[in-house]
Design a protein around this ligand. Structure first.
Ligand SMILES: *Cc1c(COP(=O)(O)O)cnc(C)c1O
Length: 425
């Protein structure tokens, strides 16, 4: 075994360190397996309840009228999330698009959008108009307000109360930390926030940006009264197989508004051909609990090995997980680049190329991204990205198999070690 690792560029010191860390994680990994077992059964139940048949695996073309595969898949998502309805479509280009649809479909001029958990994900700043942008909600006279978190990243309920006013129409709650080091919210915490908001003004629509959170716990935000949950199919629920897409699950009237926004008023859910993606959407959703299991184990391994090497990690090595993202504070631009080069070198696709920082649309600093993915840009596959700005955090996520997720992290450590950016004692 060690010989093969050596052929793949892993030296003895790094190999031994990795083995030690992995050996210490056996019990932790068993806990993850329990959650996966539960969620696999939940997915299976949702598929059986809705009588997914072989015919559902075929796809439509053209207008896509009466696409039984698409319509049944939306019922499967609604069953899994325990919601009235869902929209699951290849026409949703990415997670940001899904969120933008949910917001613009359910807000009207004069309404106010509210984030109770501080700053939203970078790409939403332009959707909302926090950073000036053509076509933003702000251009349509939809205002925005956010409740700042406490210094330690915890929720400030006083701030939330102060922000809610007669215009507040929709609260957007981001589950995952995104490019921040605040803690990711647990589903229970999301439930507390929703309960608090609704106790002040009961008709506020509570939407959760569920990106990277699906299948990490045994309940989803829709189980704690979220009116809408939104995510990307090239993250957790696509199971690595969905080649594109997004989902919105929730209250029937709100999902209907989303369908009218995605296609057109009047047409809504009736149109939207699935081309050849239905079977991949089903199979990906079926595989997703296992894929998330692999990603979580990779993240926990990363937290433990980098903490041992003296870096700050979020979440830390012992903390319970609420999403699949692992942040490591690497303290220098060089270390962020070396980390990402290591992840890239571990990939099945494009392992021979070297990632460089560049100005990506939607982000306000240069970003370096490492991904050698079967689906371009898919971050449920082993991937790492870091904005090139202090404190030089790198965000690592994904891994379709446990062994690959772990190998990627080992390779990143090797890359830092080769550049003398870490010491192994
Ligand atoms: C990835 C992500 C998004 C945006 O998704 P894209 O598919 O990159 O557009 C939004 N919110 C969070 C928390 C995310 O992680």
């Amino acid at each position: 075994m060690q010989e093969l690792y050596k052929e793949l560029g892993i030296c003895e010191e790094v190999y031994k360190l990795s083995k030690d860390v992995l050996d210490s994680l056996e019990l932790r990994f068993k806990e993850i397996d329990k959650i996966t077992e539960y969620n696999q059964l939940k997915v299976l139940k949702a598929m059986q309840e809705n009588k997914v048949s072989e015919a559902c695996l075929y796809s439509s073309t053209g207008y896509g009228y009466n696409d039984i595969g698409r319509d049944t898949l939306e019922k499967v998502y609604a069953s899994y999330f325990h919601t009235e309805d869902a929209l699951v479509r290849p026409q949703i280009a990415c997670g940001t698009h899904a969120l933008a649809i949910a917001l613009s479909a359910n807000l009207r001029p004069g309404d106010e959008l509210f984030s109770p958990v501080g700053k939203p994900y970078d790409t939403l700043e332009e959707v909302i108009g926090i950073r000036e942008s053509k076509g933003s909600l702000k251009e349509f006279n939809i205002t925005y307000r956010q409740a700042e978190l406490n210094e330690d990243g915890s929720i400030n309920f006083d701030n939330i109360k102060k922000c809610i006013n007669e215009k507040t129409k929709l609260a957007t709650i981001q589950r995952s930390k995104g490019y921040l080091t605040r803690p990711t919210l647990s589903v229970k915490q999301i439930g507390d926030i929703i309960c608090f908001i609704k106790s002040i003004k009961k008709d506020i629509i509570c939407m959760v940006d569920n990106c990277y959170g699906e299948f990490v716990e045994t309940i989803e935000p829709s189980d704690v009264n979220a009116d809408l949950v939104v995510g990307s199919l090239i993250k957790n629920p696509g199971g690595g197989l969905a080649p594109i897409g997004g989902y919105i699950a929730g209250r029937k009237d709100l999902v209907e508004n989303c369908a009218y926004r995605l296609t057109t008023p009047g047409l809504g859910k009736e149109v939207g051909a699935t081309l050849n993606v239905n079977s991949l959407f089903y199979q990906g959703f079926f595989m997703a609990p296992s894929v998330v299991n692999a990603a979580l184990k990779g993240a926990i391994f990363a937290a433990n090995i980098y903490e041992k090497l003296g870096f700050s990690v979020f979440p830390d090595s012992k903390e319970e997980r609420h999403d699949i993202i692992q942040a490591v504070t690497l303290n220098s631009k060089e270390a962020v680049i070396a980390f990402c080069k290591g992840i890239q070198a571990a990939a099945p696709i494009d392992s021979f190329v070297s990632p460089e920082p560049w100005a990506m649309p939607g982000y306000d600093s240069d970003v370096i991204m490492a991904a050698g993915a079967f689906v371009s840009g898919s971050s449920i596959e082993l991937s790492a990205d870091g904005p090139i700005k202090p404190p030089y955090n790198v965000y690592f996520q994904g891994g379709l198999t446990v062994n690959h997720a772990i190998f990627g992290i080992i390779k990143s450590v090797q890359s830092l070690y080769d550049e003398n950016l870490v010491k192994i004692s």
